[in-house]
Write a protein that binds this ligand. Sequence first.
Ligand code: ADP
Ligand code: MG
Length: 717
Amino acid sequence: MSAVGKLYFCAKPAIASLASILSNPIEYLKGVGPLRADLLKKELGIFTFGQLLDHFPYRYVDKTTLRTVADILPGSEPVLLSGIVTDIEVSGDKRARRMTAQLRDRSGAVELVWFQGISWVQRSLVPGGSYLAYGRPSFFMGHAQLTHPELEPLQDEGSEPRAFMEPVYPATEKLKARGLTGRSLGKLTQALLGMISEKDIPEILPAVILQEMGLPSRWQAYVDIHFPSSLEARHRAAERLKFEELFVAQLRLGMLRSARHRHSRGLVFQQVGDLFNGFYAHHLPFALTGAQKRVLREIRRDTGGGRQMNRLLQGDVGSGKTMVALLAMLLAADNGFQSCLMAPTEILSQQHLASLTGLLKGLPVQVELLTGSTKAAERRRILAAAADGSLQILIGTHALIEQQVRFAKLGLAIVDEQHRFGVAQRARLWEKSEDTPHVLVMTATPIPRTLAMTAYGDLDYSVMDELPPGRKPIVTVHRIEDRRPQVMEFIREEIAQGRQAYIIFPLIEESDKVDYENLMRGYENVKAWFPEPKYWISMVHGRMKPAQKEENMRRFVANEAQIMVSTTVIEVGVNVPNATVMCIESAEKFGLSQLHQLRGRVGRGSEKSWCILLTSNKVSREAKERLQVLCTTSDGFVVAERDLELRGPGDIEGTRQSGALQFRLADILADRPLLERARDWATQLLDTDPGLTHAAHETLRRYLQAAGAGNAWSRIS
Ligand code: ADP
Ligand code: MG
């Protein structure tokens, strides 16, 4: 691993990373001790003083403002009242006992009600005594009530309105059983804050940022997030801490990116040679789109400049990424380097092989395919050709990252449809050859810009936002089950005109028995609508043997079968331009971006295409709303944005495992404006002081280094 790989990445910066009293073990905090310490470690992951400070409240009890009975309105937040308790009464029988009392202040009276713990309350309550009462008001027959209020005798010390809101922390049942409740955790935090001072939580943000953004200091923010004097103070504290999280994350990504640019020795693709030029002049079946040309120029610049390329290429479905990949691989071959192209499914890699060998016919380029089902002898031959450098292009599935695969001179590694691969899997590709190859990651799942800048901020980033000319838009409609006859009739008409259709069934987990049975039933059903020998149907699903899948796929590609019944294995990459209908059964069960991917299987030729989303009439409003998004737009980036809004970032494909989107306070959806500002500030800072060597950035640099220990992130996201 290069120096860059050792750089730090951690999406959850922690306060304790600067050595101080805050790194003391939690058992040494007064009121904790060994037993509770054990629980805090196991249940909340709190090992040190600092980690306790990093355990934030999720709500507050606001006893800062004294209200009067007359202030209480229906729907009020909990209120703090002060008054005299009178009229204590117990009623009801043993089973349903009830105790009431009146709390009177100058403005009126409110009823206090208890259903439980009555004898205890009765014993401790002094009739005619003055009390502070706190609770959420409810209204019963027009009268305000506080049920099970918190009461404190007024003469006691500290029974005035509080200067701070009381924090309530996330706690588990096990903690509560040991007396560590959501509220008592606050006592520990309070004690801890009493022991430390501003110097223990030094500022890490540059003064100019604090000033321009009007943010409180780090110390103030920590005090206020735990014990705010008002909601306003809590808001400012949260804003500051969120900004810090986002800023630090952006800074790390920016440093990774620039360190890679500075340090990594890239293989140099010096020349555009005969293969590239010959192919371009004589074999290219169409003119490249502007976007394709632009991306190729970017790749050429990256690979020719002496630094290692690490580029994420986002191109909507059908934008022609395969051609870009091929041309990039020819460029590598022209410079004596091998390339590999990794695809997520067997079908897709087979299809890549077929289209690449077709395009390269007559050119001196050896292309091979390696998958899990490659036969032993064939496999040996291919491995030998990769190792001795005689093959130029190796296409394959996960099989490519197996141990035995070695290249003589791997210059370019391309990952297609990137979201199916985990971070670690990708990283293994880069170690297949002596020198780190250039890397191109291609995805058809558009990721909203904000997400991309968070999850993949250390990669260079290209977008292909242009479809090849002559594509007719795809008409997308939502149809209810009872219109099935019309839908099937429509598919027949299309087939009568020589076109083909996909019918997709949800099989989210290939092992799911119910889904599998539905698929089989669905297949029989389709067969009944489209009987042999007039029609032929192909079927592909994950439980089939690879050879069987391949044969079914081949028949559909060759138009020997007019209909392809399939699960989502067809989702990525498959290219049959003659198919004009994509019919998706139980469409509500799919994610938006998955539906967009499926839809992208049609509209690849010059004929008008349709995408039909079938559901029963019982789907929820939300589901209808989601499907409506697809009916109104065909722009993958718009779909992705809406998907993000509807589902939240936790679910975006391909980002879950990266952990890069999880922040303690910040929510990259709700806090997008803050994220943008964090990004801008981070960029600006790194532009002026790339190594953070200025004195003003000293604490920040030390913080980043300390927080990074043990959190090394692979050099590619
Ligand atoms: P994706 O970006 O989804 O992987 P593909 O590479 O499969 O898209 O390309 C989709 C289709 O568009 C293929 O049939 C391909 O041959 C065709 N295509 C690619 N580039 C162009 C172009 N510049 N002009 C016309 N057709 C193109
Ligand atoms: Mg593709």
